[in-house]
Design a protein around this ligand. Sequence first.
Ligand code: SF4
Length: 362
Amino acid sequence: MNTYKTINRRKSDRIYIGNVPIGDNAPIAVQSMTNTKTTDIKNTISQITQLKKVGVDIIRISVPTEESAKAFKIIKKQVNIPLIADIHFDYRLAIQSIKYGADCLRINPGNIGNKKRINEIINCAKYNNVPIRIGVNAGSLEHDILKKYKFPIPEALVESAIRHVEYFDSLNFNQFKVSIKSSDVFTTVQANQILSKKITQPIHIGITESGNFRNGTVKSSIGLFLLLSSGIGDTLRVSLAACPTKEVKVGYDILKVLGIRSRGINFIACPTCSRQEFDVINVVNQLEKKLEDIETSMNVSIIGCLVNGIGEAKIADIGVTGSYKKSALYKDGVRQKNKLNNSNIVKELEIQIRRKLDESKN
Ligand code: SF4
């Protein structure tokens, strides 16, 4: 991705979730969460496999019951990706999940109950060297804080997070990260901005309950842009009421646009008009599906005519500029002798992209 802005990341401590480093300038990890019933082991594993294909770094699984904790144990043994157990209310499920192999816990200490229960979780996490995410959410703020602020405003969310951070600190437990989320973009952004100046631990970012694919993508893009561009965020999740693989794809796309982390093909395509010499939209959509397996980052410009085609092709790794019947092909900005048949352009372009990938590996 050609971007001329350099983002200075906020300095933070380092923790590890399984083998994935979080914080202290590690690549921003992209997370998602399964939305199958955890007790439906077969479908949960199948969803994990799909998420791995699109490059997820860490997967969270909810553990609401003892049966799901037992299922978590079986799932953990059959997959090789860090798993976070998502726990609410019941501290015993947190302890069980650690014993069953969780690489991290996500808890909101505010709904776990008394300090004795939190202490038990922390002791178990310490003993097993398992990190924790303190997850503060506008929808589940502690009663006393809500009473004080009347509404889950950024200051209220930060006060809740700091309360937990200080408590974890007082127990000499430092293997944790923190998240503050709200479905309101400005609340989330402001709360994280305040929090980032008060703590040294890694911060997990995301806009919670952001809505369906379209709404959620827009809200998440705006919110995460504001945070990431000011250096805040060590790991992220794009929450969508949609297939979890879409969360991962959108997460990477946001990082790609900001020039922070790339994975796979970055398509540059024109919106098309009557000048297009081949069906650009169809070609891009088909190639996006066909090339999902590619992890190496590469810029591919697919432009319908020479108005903008040559300029874009010259700064892409591979570029196509539409022209009558056969379109011009560029590699590393240089026009190639061979042209691509417009009638077979998807297949021919796929061959060129994969060839370029092989060349770059040698
Ligand atoms: Fe139309 Fe050409 Fe512009 Fe694409 S590049 S929108 S085909 S003028």
